[in-house]
Design a protein around this ligand. Structure first.
Ligand code: GLC
Length: 635
């Protein structure tokens, strides 16, 4: 049973699609009050209760023992001491003697103190007093998720080829570089469906342009790649370069489509192209305008996009830089003591994504000028909605791949997400695993992390182990940052090991795609914590390194370097499959703890009793998959 409580006059976020009659906050069953213009509420937590949720967020599957913030943040250091990542996914699920779900539909900052201040209390602080709170009671955790998902609408369904293996890098600078990646994969006989075009495909980082020197006759190039079975996926950034004569910028200025400052002038900040203006995606007319801009690339045969820098990321503002320089000038010739030195250093370090800059942005909502901080968490979601709604009206959204970095619940209906700039760290294999069920709870089914890790240099074994988890994530994309070691699968020693792992993905596509569609149609999770399925099993309840996948499988990736395998907990008798290329090794294992050996070219998968798993033959790309002839593995 879901109940909606309304406090004040909430700003419409678009998160919920089902109309519910609201109850006043007085009837909200948890202790609550308003202090300093903030709505606060709290609920007690039993010692053994688990708190799930918050979607793309740091730390564990069980969120207890930390304080989180919903505030979309461009922060490439996903350490366990962080409170927010790129998304604001305001759904919590409490599982104790009683279970309930909570969704706080509020577009600004929310603080979730899940037993950080007091271990037996969860305290939620909403940075405002206008919010809708949804409380879902009755049923199991899985039923509560389904109930929640049923009010936020069906998840985005990407085209089937988006389940193929994808290669990205910041950046493949020109057509020759893209060709050489495709040749590398084809020569090593490693399947591949997509190659990404990061910012350098554009003419000086201007959205919806193509650098014609680097990509002469882009449309013909896109077509030729598609004939090879490879889709090219360009990036689109939120900031629009400020440049006279650049039509996107000029149209935005003429029509008043950009975010403003309090005095009505256009808000500007520096991102990749230098000074940028930022489309005011809160306005429906702006969404329509910006969405239609994607047509320029669709016309050239492009059928997939990733939306980036849409928290929005602001490297600097002119005012910020000016202030910092003035501070530095004041200190010139002075003998800096420690505190002044660090204050100076922090002044420069704090230029990016500065709260002072966000606070100067204004949006037009109806006839009102609304400060950005009141709707911060909707910016990326609305950028993505602009594209998604356009595709829905034109190409049909299911034909276009679309995912975003920043997101809010609601964007799950038109796009997927990726988990942003992780690192080539072993701990980030598990971070990805832990975010999957939480993202699913919030409707984001099409998601995944940068496999191999984005920042820093990856090792061969890390990429292989990361890929072995990525075999199961709907978005299976290897991506890495400028200046880091090359991370394409064919570049490492013994590329045949990479072939073995990536081919497993292609063998599983019929199963994964069907399981995905089923999860979407039933408002269900693709990935579940073990505790959802085995609530009475104390070991399953605490498990943070394995997940249930669909109704048939359990996954347990190896996540440590130099490990030849790992310990796996089986909550019931299961069949272990070691999948490698076209090889399937099968072993029955009893309930309990097992150490299983997993070679670097193997993908472990556990089947529940009575389950059957269809496998097709691998192919160089999804287009060539024969899904009519399947081998069925019976547990
Ligand atoms: C951001 C994105 C990353 C991309 C880079 C350059 O850091 O998160 O994926 O490669 O920008 O566009």
């Amino acid at each position: 049973m879901i109940t909606k409580y309304t406090s004040g006059k909430p700003i419409a976020t678009g998160a919920v699609t089902r109309v519910l009659v609201p109850f006043p906050m007085d009837e909200f069953p948890f202790a609550h009050d308003v202090e300093n213009e903030q709505l606060r509420f709290a609920f007690p937590m039993e010692p053994d209760a688990i708190v799930y949720g918050l979607g793309e967020a740091p730390r564990g599957i069980n969120k207890r023992g930390w304080v989180y913030e919903s505030y979309c943040s461009d922060d490439p250091f996903h350490t366990e001491t962080k409170q927010s990542l790129y998304a604001a996914h305001n759904f919590l699920l409490y599982s104790g003697a009683e279970c309930f779900g909570l969704f706080v539909d509020f577009p600004a900052r929310i603080r979730w103190d899940i037993g950080y201040t007091r271990q037996d209390v969860a305290g939620v602080t909403v940075d405002g007093t206008d919010a809708d709170i949804y409380l879902i009671r009755g049923g199991s955790p899985r039923e509560i998720v389904r109930e929640f998902r049923s009010v936020i609408g069906k998840s985005y369904l990407p085209p089937l080829w988006a389940f193929g293996y994808q290669q990205s890098r910041w950046s493949y600078p020109d057509a020759a570089a893209v060709d050489s990646v495709i040749e590398g994969y084809r020569a090593a006989d490693i399947p591949l469906d997509c190659v990404y075009l990061d910012i350098d495909y554009m003419d000086r980082y201007k959205d919806f342009t193509v650098n014609e020197e680097a990509f002469p006759d882009f449309a013909a190039f896109v077509r030729a790649k598609k004939e090879q079975g490879v889709h090219l996926i360009p990036i689109i950034d939120a900031g629009v370069k400020k440049e006279e004569g650049y039509s996107v910028y000029e149209e935005g200025v003429q029509n008043g489509y950009f975010c403003k400052k309090e005095d009505g002038s256009i808000f500007e900040a520096g991102v990749w192209p230098g000074m940028c203006a930022f489309p005011d995606f809160m306005q429906p007319a702006v969404r329509q305008w910006f969405g239609a801009k994607y047509q320029a690339l669709l016309d050239m045969g492009i059928d997939g996009f990733w939306n980036d820098m849409n928290e929005p990321a602001l490297f600097y503002s002119a005012e910020g830089v000016q202030n910092a320089l003035e501070k530095a000038a004041e200190l010139q010739g002075e003998n800096l003591d420690l505190s002044r030195f660090f204050a100076l250093k922090d002044t420069f370090a704090g230029l990016s994504n500065a709260q002072e800059d966000y606070a100067t942005i204004y949006h037009t909502i109806g006839n009102e000028q609304v400060n950005h901080q009141r709707v911060h968490n909707l910016y990326g979601a609305n950028m993505t909605r602009a594209a998604g709604e356009y595709f829905e009206q034109t190409a049909g959204s299911g034909n276009i791949l679309l995912f975003s970095r920043a997101s809010y619940v609601g964007a799950h209906r038109c796009a997927g997400i990726w988990f942003g700039d992780n690192h080539s760290w072993w701990s980030h294999i598990l971070l990805c695993l832990k975010m999957l069920p939480a993202a699913n709870m919030c409707g984001f089914l099409y998601c995944g992390a940068d496999l191999g890790g984005f920042n820093d240099n990856a090792t061969r074994d890390l990429v292989l182990r990361f890929l072995a988890l990525g075999v199961f994530t709907p978005l299976m994309r290897n991506h890495s940052a400028l200046g880091t070691r090359d991370q394409e699968a064919y570049r490492f020693e013994h590329p045949e090991d990479f072939r073995d792992v990536i081919q497993v993905r292609y063998r599983l596509i019929p199963y994964l795609y069907n399981t995905f569609v089923k999860a979407r149609d039933n408002d269900d999770l693709l990935f579940r914590p073990l505790s959802f399925d085995y609530p009475g099993d104390p070991i399953a309840r605490e498990c943070e390194t394995q997940l249930m996948l669909g109704d048939e499988c359990m996954i347990a990736p190896v996540y440590e370097q130099n490990a030849n395998g790992r310990t796996v907990y089986l909550p019931e008798d299961m069949t272990l499959l070691k999948l490698s290329g076209t090889r399937v090794e099968k072993r029955s294992l009893g309930k309990g703890l097992h150490y299983i050996r997993v070679a670097l070219n193997e993908v472990p998968l556990f089947l529940k009793k009575g389950a059957s798993l269809p496998l097709c033959r691998p192919a160089p790309c999804t287009r060539d998959l024969n899904t009519e002839q399947l081998e069925i593995i019976l547990a």
